[in-house]
Design a protein. Structure first.
Lengths: 1188, 493
């Protein structure tokens, strides 16, 4: 017999307690459970919780009494049957904590004047049947509509029920002694035994303990508790996003969830592949939905810190609501709003960080032969007379690119220099260190600043978030600058009781500046080159062929010729230097993006509301490439088109190509609008819960790009330009050119216009019985503006059905303590895909009249059309089990899926007698099956340290089951491609047999080997090539693990992929050229690895220039691409309660390191299979978050 | 209640406007729906699609042609694609991508697209009628090309031999079963008769005209051994158009290329200034060539090589020898990389479309076959006058027999267009019911050749194509046999 009295020094005995209790009962009999903030604790009484943990009721009372001046009186074993309560780190209102603690029992609280609270079990008092009314609100007094109110005998077996209305009110008949239960998603269920009172007002508390379980998932059209959905959803919450600070939301999702594979390029651009590739022609990227609208702006337009949740819809049931565009999955992003802010309070959050990294690792990106090896190769070719340099210095060979070494050899051969001079010049060349010059003059240490702020608030009539972001940075090459700014305003207004208006406005501006340097350009120059001479002047490098630089120049003169020309009187010099080139280029990209989403929501009747909403997006981009006449690309063009007499070596006129800078511009315009009207229904009828949406949608996406003619002779100060004196294609450009070959002056004008239109009608409904069994279905039709003969072919039905069984709710499992959650789900559905490029009727393109075709215009058939063409359809089956054990400290999901695309549009080879060699048909079949598994477990290592783990792994088996394609050329087979019976991205290799009789040979047809000249002339290269595997992994996963204490968080993220292959780069066998040679040169020169790659060519090998078409695709260069990578380390320290500054309610510092490299890789060369040429830079982020 | 009404109205508006909304085409530049007769006219004006044919057999499979082993030794890769046709290797011809099968069926597809869309497009009836007749002509021309290459020669005995898959629509499900040779020729003839309804006079030669149809008809009926009709159509063609260009005028004193070369001391020497108008207009000039009724070219990349037998057929003052064989080729280069034959300074093109010279030769041949030897020889002289050095030329004596006269005509045909007409000639002459000339057998010596590989350096072996050889119908590309699931039957060998 003992009584516990906490915070006092004496013990009550049980009978004393009873006496006191009876006294209080008398005083409080009219409101049995008038449990509001006014009568137990004052509103501001808060309890700090130091870490996530499980506490008994007794421990919670101890906690409350320690931190407040209340004390409690209750019977010592009163709470012994109550379950432990999970509490989260942070502060919680005392009221809330108390209710949460006692939610499972029936207790009465009695407060005495000296802040002593007595707690007792409720008594049962019998009264007659009566009408009970009341109002259900949350702790802030906001009415909760749609709360289930059930009445029945104890245990709620045979029940009747109602739901609260929009004002949170209800009315129900009940007899005394019956139990009345109030339940609402993500709130703590409360039960009372009916006594004689007829008004029961209830305050429901948010269920912090079960928040992990009751997750809301958003399909973009509706939000439902996860317990009631059958489809396959992945949720990524705000906390996860915070723990992955990034300037790009896509990198947050990298390796975050099972079933979603991310391919991140070296600059951080991400491609998502959800459960394998399931289309051949259409986009394989998932649909991106932001706040209910598919957006065109791309994931980069979303500021990660504005995101509340991300839901990824993986199966048909989840995604079919998005119909035509959902075959590759849907990423649904919900941005933050003001609804969770405390009422009448302004919440301000700041987030700032700096990201920095080292310079690019040239040793990895530029694994080139040493200067000596480079020269030795060039000399070897010369020695075996494979390279005839005799003409290399001639005017006729102006077009041949040549390296400094080749030029030197040529000078020696022509007798222009002696052997002694050659040796001297050669050793001079070998002292150069191009690589370190690159690091000094062309590379930069990237640095990015990111700042954002959000201000949110809420009142009775509205809530809002105002956010701003600014970012600036410098890239990895000199002259690369980026600036981004974004503002957003999202608000929701309650105009009347039944009408809401919401709006979301975003504006983003980006400015990128660069001088167009690329790694490719840098690595084109051999290692014995350099950038600046000792006196600071530009070293004359021999240029590579320049691609993609305006205007394209493919000829570079050799030094000897340059000297020759230097005296001719050309307007410009003929020297080339990459640094000079970079400085002469001024490339700018500017874009302005605006997104407006707005709509109204009207409540029509209980549970039924109507939405009318729309989105408008527009991105105007302006790309400006200005190349000054200091660039070789421009100088050489002007010089080349100058009339010139070779016999006298004199310029005889003015260039047809206008002197001065060259300006190229492109104006991009992307605009999208979407208009949707939608009916929503969500209501409970007793133990029956129904949710449905239906509506229609229109959208149009226009891409309207205009490239005006290239501006020549541009003067950026005077804003003047020059017209080519002989016109763009004029014959005189040809007649009077220094090289006497035809050269036109590019006009470059180009227009591009597409309009993708879509009309959709959709329905999605779900029914849940007794919170155990859910049935779900969706139907949708989409119609796009594909070209069809009969408009009815535009429409296609998509549908899905699903079912879920919440087994944990079954009576036989309710008693199983260790099992907290068990749910089976199963869905099947069909989704589709648009292939806008396919047509059902013949289409043509016109070629306008021009000089070259005798001023006649003509038309070409671009597509003969296929009248039988229909939408692509993919059927997806998904079966899953969700589980949670040991108080949900271990939670996970295992899902199996089979995605079978049956009407995939593939380009099918036809007998050419049909007139068409191939046409698109709905004939291809692709199957993806596999499983996704994720598990999350938290373990307390000590009372303070929590060990966290989130682990996901996926298996995907992808196979093209059918694709009628007759033959494959070797050039197709070496590339990742689709073919029947193989996974997507299959690659084939040449079967290298080694050096036979001094020459490398490859297995050919019927046992005939062939040399590296031309492949055998058979139409199908399968007959002699070897299958190497797929470049897409079968297994992939991520593991986020770490520790946290009350203040400190430390996390590590790993990423792994297995089961695919890649080609390792190697030496490029080539004649005289300018490109730097690969470091395998040492193996080639020593002929020490001839089982893998060929050695030195024989003297009569005239086709050495053809070797490169084969060697990179040898089977001996295929390597296993499996790897395990250390993706990220994150650590944060919460200073909120250390620096006790009034007004600051959050203060947190964080550090992050990303792209830390491989922990393990299967290939022997220690190459990163994902980043063979260039590894993403390891970057470090340091930042601060604080809130007021 | 108001809201219900507003909503119903909105939904109503949305549904009714939907079809119009989706009529907007998705891409403007490249996917234009055919709407007018002008669109169809532009399709037929697409000379890039029509003016070339890759008839490797005519260029490499006859006794006019040779690949000397010394040349082959120097450039095996360059010749490898032509060897199957040179040596009539059935399996390798079937594998080759150089077969003109696809090219000609693509032209037929353009014609069928025009025919199928005529009813749907806007335009005058007269224009539609003209387009219809031209499409029939295009189809007839290509089907005849295919028939002369892939089918046995036309004869009473071969009537039931395999013809062509006759594509009449763009329906991908349409049967590709090969019609009989007789039905194939009936189909061509039906298209031809339709095209003959035109009264269009000759304009741009890459578009059809009545003279062009007549000229083609003359060629067609000559192949069918219907010499009356062949003569009639050749006369009709010549009546409307009979311009001949003297070969001397074709020889251009300024060559179109070579701006420099290295002299003996290895210094650069300019030999010529490039003439841009020639550079640009080679194709156009060829297309406008005045002897053409209808512009088609045989297009084989730079490798027409005359056999010694052919070279021996030319007399010294035959300008064609200099123009076709020497001036631009043998004279200029001793390398097999370059053509030994060229029209229009452009080494790839040989006249494939009907010409005035062909009409004269057909007319002459038919006259001789009728027994009017002198008339026939007179017709021949009209041509020869333009082909020989006029200062030294003397007319031929009138032969005493039809056989001799006919031989003269056939030799003239070999000299006039050696890499285009010969295959056609051998096939029709070997099945000629008149049976005047001795059957033609082709023999060669070359390295042993198997599986696409010639055993370089081995001793040469003989290759023979006998007069009744089944290989006069060259095999259909094996890819089409496979892709049609056997619906297209391969020739029997």
């Amino acid at each position: 017999m003992e009584i516990k009295l906490i915070n006092t020094s004496f013990l009550f005995r049980k009978n004393i307690f009873k006496i006191i209790m009876k006294t209080f009962l008398f005083l409080f009999c009219t409101t049995v459970f008038s449990f509001t903030s006014n009568n137990v604790f004052s509103q501001n009484e808060k309890i700090k919780i130091d870490a996530d943990k499980m506490l008994t009721a007794d421990e919670i009372f101890l906690l409350i009494t320690k931190q407040t001046d209340y004390c409690f009186i209750y019977h010592s074993d009163l709470f012994k049957d109550l379950p432990k309560v999970s509490v989260k780190k942070g502060t919680i209102k005392a009221n809330k904590l108390l209710l949460q603690t006692l939610s499972e029992g029936k207790f009465i609280f009695e407060l005495s004047a000296n802040k002593t609270i007595a707690i007792k079990e409720k008594l049962k008092i019998s009264v007659v049947q009566q009408t009970i009314t009341g109002k259900v609100t949350d702790v802030d007094g906001e009415p909760l509509p749609g709360v289930n109110v059930l009445v029945g005998a104890k245990g709620i077996t045979k029940v009747r029920g109602v739901a609260t209305d929009f004002d949170g009110k209800y009315s129900i008949e009940a007899s005394a002694g019956e139990v009345i239960r109030f339940s609402y998603v993500s709130y703590v269920t409360q039960e009372f035994t009916v006594t004689d009172q007829n008004i029961i007002n209830v305050v429901l508390l948010e269920d912090t303990a079960s928040l992990d379980e009751v997750v809301l998932v958003s399909t973009g059209y509706q939000t439902l508790p996860k317990e009631r959905v059958a489809g396959s959803f992945v949720e990524i919450n705000e906390d996860y996003i915070q723990e992955h600070p990034s300037i790009n939301l896509a990198t947050v999702l990298d390796a975050s969830s099972s079933g979603i594979r991310t391919e991140v390029d070296v600059d951080g651009n991400v491609d998502f592949i959800i459960r394998g590739v399931s289309t051949l022609n259409a986009s394989s990227q998932p649909l991106l939905v932001v706040d209910g609208f598919a957006i065109e702006g791309g994931i980069e337009t979303i500021n990660p810190n504005n995101v509340k949740t991300i839901n990824i819809l993986k199966d048909a049931a989840a995604a079919s609501i998005w119909g035509a565009r959902s075959t590759n999955g849907v990423i649904v992003i919900t941005t933050k709003d003001g609804s969770t802010t405390s009422k009448d309070k302004i919440d301000v959050r700041f987030n700032s960080f700096i990201t920095f990294s080292n310079k690019l690792n040239m040793d990895y990106a530029y694994p080139v032969a040493s200067p000596t090896e480079q020269l030795e190769w060039e000399e070897y070719l010369s020695d075996i007379s494979l390279t005839d340099y005799s003409g290399a210095l001639e005017f006729s060979n102006l077009g041949i690119n040549s390296s400094l070494g080749n030029t030197l050899i040529a000078q020696k051969q022509k007798g222009l220099i002696t052997q002694q001079e050659y040796n001297n010049l050669r050793s001079q060349l070998l002292t150069n260190n191009y690589q370190s010059d690159v690091e000094d003059y062309l590379l930069n240490s990237p640095l990015y600043n990111h700042h954002d702020v959000s201000i949110s608030g809420r009142s009775d009539k509205m809530d809002y978030v105002l956010s701003g972001m600014y970012e600036s940075g410098e890239g990895k090459f000199i002259g690369q600058e980026e600036n981004k700014a974004q503002i957003g305003f999202k608000a929701n207004f309650k105009i009347t009781k039944w009408l809401n208006f919401y709006t979301d406005l975003r504006y983003r501006k980006e400015k990128n500046k660069s001088n167009g340097l690329t790694l490719d350009e840098i690595t084109s120059i051999p290692s014995y080159s350099k950038i600046l001479n000792d006196d600071g002047s530009y070293f004359n490098q021999v240029a590579p062929i320049l691609f993609d630089i305006a205007p394209t120049v493919s000829y570079v003169f050799q030094p000897a010729q340059r000297e020759f020309f230097d005296n001719a009187g050309f307007a410009y010099d003929w020297n080339y230097n990459l640094l000079r080139e970079a400085k002469a280029r001024d490339f700018n990209l500017e874009s302005n993006y605006v997104r407006i989403q707005t709509g109204i929501n009207a409540k029509l009747m209980e549970g039924l509301s109507w939405d009318l909403k729309g989105q408008y997006e527009r991105r105007l981009s302006y790309n400006r490439l200005l190349t000054s006449d200091d660039a070789y690309a421009v100088r050489a063009r002007i010089n080349t088109l100058t009339p010139y007499d070779l016999n006298t070596n004199e310029v005889t006129g003015i260039s047809s190509y206008p002197a001065g800078d060259v300006l190229q511009q492109t104006n991009g315009d992307l605009r999208n609008y979407t208009l949707r009207t939608q009916l929503n229904f969500i209501r409970s009828f007793g133990i029956h819960q129904v949710a449905a949406v239906a509506g229609t949608e229109f959208s149009s996406t226009v891409t309207d790009n205009k490239t005006p003619a290239i501006v020549y002779g541009y003067d950026r100060d005077k804003l003047t330009s020059k017209y080519p004196v002989n016109g763009y294609d004029g014959l005189d450009n040809f007649r009077y050119s220094a090289r006497e070959s035809y050269t036109s002056i590019t006009n470059g004008q180009n227009f591009f216009y597409t309009d993708k239109r879509l009309f959709s009608a959709f329905f999605n409904g779900s029914y849940t019985y007794n919170q155990k069994y859910t049935l779900q279905t969706s139907i949708r039709t989409d119609a796009s503006n594909v070209i069809v003969e009969d408009p009815k072919y535009r429409y296609s039905p998509f549908w899905s059905v699903g079912t879920a069984w919440n087994i944990k709710s079954e009576s036989f499992l309710t008693e199983v303590d260790w099992l907290n959650r068990l749910k089976f789900r199963m869905t099947y559905g069909e989704t589709g895909n648009i292939v806008n490029t396919a047509s059902t009727v013949p289409t043509i393109s016109h070629t306008p009249a021009s000089y070259s075709i005798d001023y006649q215009s003509y038309a070409t058939i671009t597509d003969y059309g296929n009248p039988s063409l229909r939408w692509e359809k993919t059927g997806t089956f998904n079966a899953a089990v969700d589980f949670g054990i040991l108080s949900n400290s271990v939670m996970g999901t295992l899902e199996f899926y089979n995605k079978h695309g049956r009407d995939i549009i593939g380009r099918v080879d036809l007998p050419v007698a049909t007139g068409v060699s191939s046409q698109q048909f709905n004939l291809a079949e692709i199957r993806n099956y596999g499983f996704d598994f994720n598990i999350k477990f938290d373990t307390k290592l000590t009372s303070r340290i929590n060990w966290r783990n989130e682990f996901n792994i996926s298996y995907n088996n992808n196979e093209v089951l059918s694709l009628r394609k007759g033959s494959y050329a070797s050039s197709t087979l070496i590339q990742p491609h689709f073919e029947e019976g193989k996974p997507s991205n299959a690659i084939f290799s040449y079967d290298y047999l080694g050096m036979i009789d001094g020459a490398p040979q490859i297995a050919g047809v019927n046992g005939n080997n062939f040399l590296l000249h031309y492949p055998p002339g058979v139409s199908d290269a399968h007959s002699y090539m070897k299958y190497s595997g797929s470049t897409t992994p079968n297994w992939y996963g991520g593991w986020l693990m770490g520790f946290n204490t009350q203040r400190f968080t430390f996390l590590v993220k790993l990423k792994a992929e297995f089961g695919h292959v890649f080609r390792t780069p190697t030496f490029q066998y080539r004649g005289p050229g300018t490109k730097a040679l690969h470091e395998d040169a040492s193996l080639v020169l020593a002929e020490s690895d001839t089982d893998r790659i060929p050695g030195l060519p024989l003297e009569n090998e005239e086709n050495i220039y053809l070797w490169n078409r084969f060697v990179p695709f040898f089977d001996t260069l295929i390597a296993d691409a499996s790897y395990l990578r250390l993706q990220e380390i994150y650590t944060s320290y919460n200073l909120t309660d250390i620096i006790n500054i009034k007004g600051i309610n959050q203060l947190e510092m964080f550090l992050q390191a990303r792209n830390l490299g491989l922990l393990w890789s299967a290939n022997k060369q220690n190459l990163d299979p994902v980043y063979i040429i260039e590894k993403p830079l390891t970057n470090f982020t340091i930042g601060l978050r604080f809130g007021i | 209640m108001k809201i219900y009404i507003i909503k119903l109205i909105l939904i109503g508006i949305i549904f009714t406007s939907c079809d119009n909304y989706l009529e907007e085409p998705p891409i403007k530049n490249s996917n234009i729906v055919i709407e007018t007769t002008e669109d169809l006219d532009n399709l037929l004006n697409n000379y890039t699609n029509f003016y070339q044919t890759r008839d490797v057999t005519s260029a490499f499979g006859t006794d006019n042609n040779d690949i000397p082993v010394e040349w082959y030794d120097q450039d095996q890769g360059g010749f490898s694609t032509y060897l199957p046709f040179f040596l009539w290797s059935v399996d390798d011809m079937a594998q080759s991508s150089y077969s003109p099968w696809q090219q000609e069926y693509s032209k037929i597809a353009y014609a069928n697209t025009v025919l199928e869309n005529l009813k749907k497009v806007q335009g005058t009836d007269a224009k539609k009628e003209a387009l219809k007749l031209e499409a029939h002509f295009v189809r007839a021309y290509s089907n005849f090309e295919l028939a002369t290459i892939y089918c046995l020669p036309f004869s009473e005995n071969n009537k039931n031999a395999l013809g062509l898959p006759l594509k009449k629509t763009m329906d991908y499900e349409e049967s590709l079963t090969r019609a009989s040779l007789e039905d194939t020729f009936k189909f061509i003839e039906a298209d031809l008769e339709e095209a003959l309804k035109t009264n269009k006079s000759k304009g741009d030669a890459w578009r059809f005209s009545l003279p062009a149809v007549n000229a083609f008809a003359a060629r067609y009926y000559l192949y069918k051994h219907d010499y009356n009709k062949a003569k009639k159509h050749s006369i009709e063609a010549l009546k409307d158009y009979d311009i001949l260009v003297n070969t001397a005028n074709l020889v251009d004193p300024q060559r179109s290329y070579t701006t420099y070369y290295l002299n003996e001391s290895k210094d650069t020497v300019w030999v010529d200034i490039l003439r841009p108008e020639i550079f640009w207009s080679r194709t156009i000039k060829a297309m406008h060539h005045e002897e053409l009724y209808y512009t088609r070219f045989l297009n084989i990349v730079q490798r027409y090589i005359p056999s010694q037998e052919l070279i021996d057929l030319y007399e010294e003052d035959d300008l064609r020898k200099g123009y076709l064989m020497e001036y631009f080729s043998l004279f200029y280069t001793d390398s097999p990389n370059y053509s030994a034959f060229a029209h229009f300074n452009y080494s790839q093109q040989a006249l494939q479309g009907p010409t005035t010279s062909e009409m004269l030769l057909i007319k002459a041949e038919c006259q001789i076959r009728e027994g009017s030897i002198a008339e026939g020889m007179n017709t021949l002289e009209i041509l020869r006058m333009q082909r020989f050095n006029q200062e030294t030329y003397t007319t031929l004596e009138i032969p005493g027999s039809i056989l001799d006269a006919l031989s003269t005509i056939i030799d003239e045909r070999r000299r006039e267009n050696p890499f285009v007409w010969r295959w056609y000639d051998i096939k029709r002459l070997n099945t000629d019911p008149d049976n005047i000339l001795p059957p033609i057998e082709i023999t060669r010596s070359f390295y042993p050749y198997t599986n696409g590989n010639a055993s370089v350096g081995s001793s040469l072996i003989p290759y023979t194509l006998s007069p009744k050889d089944k290989r006069f119908a060259i095999p259909i590309p094996v890819s089409d046999i496979i892709l049609s699931n056997g619906e297209i039957e391969q020739n029997n060998y």
